[in-house]
Design a protein around this ligand. Structure first.
Ligand code: FES
Ligand code: FES
Length: 151
């Protein structure tokens, strides 16, 4: 059993304590926007926010998020208003196949929370997510655009 707040809603799941958060999100709760890529904390496809910090959910046992606030790609927008990172992503046509993109967006949103005006070096250091389609340049430009946005 684990209890946490997921995208603003109090959530309880009945699973083994060592179940990775990724599988709880995808299989118990049914939020499939968070993706499985490598399962060993290397690719970032599974990135979510735990208490506002970007975390790779494939290696996070659900027992470690007891009582914490989790945000997934499904909870990043505020009502009908997309997060400024999501808006910049659309404006820059960042996604190709899209598989890595929810993790990229979550990593970018966490970066901008910590560093509202990141340099290219900050972006390269913080966004270690892997994109097999090679969207890295578009990701970088979209992060700079989001950094210039007001909201
Ligand atoms: S699936 Fe978690 S980092 Fe790759
Ligand atoms: S958009 Fe295809 S893996 Fe990144």
């Amino acid at each position: 059993m684990a209890r946490f707040t997921l995208n603003g809603k109090s959530t309880q799941v009945d699973v083994e304590p060592n179940t990775p958060l990724l599988w709880v999100l995808r299989e118990q709760v049914g939020l499939t926007g968070t993706k499985y890529g490598c399962g060993i904390a290397q690719c970032g496809a599974c990135t979510v926010h735990i208490d506002g910090v970007a975390v790779r959910s494939c290696v996070m046992p659900v027992s470690a998020v007891e009582g914490k606030k989790i945000t997934t790609i499904e909870g990043l927008a505020q009502g009908n208003t997309l997060h400024k990172v999501q808006q910049a992503w659309i404006a820059h046509d960042v996604p190709q196949c899209g598989y890595c993109q929810s993790g990229m967006i979550m990593a970018a949103a966490a970066l901008l929370k910590d560093k509202p005006k990141p340099t290219d070096a900050d972006i390269d250091a913080a966004i270690t997510n892997i994109c097999r389609c090679g969207t890295f340049q578009q990701v970088r430009e979209a992060i700079h655009m989001a950094a210039r946005a007001k909201a």
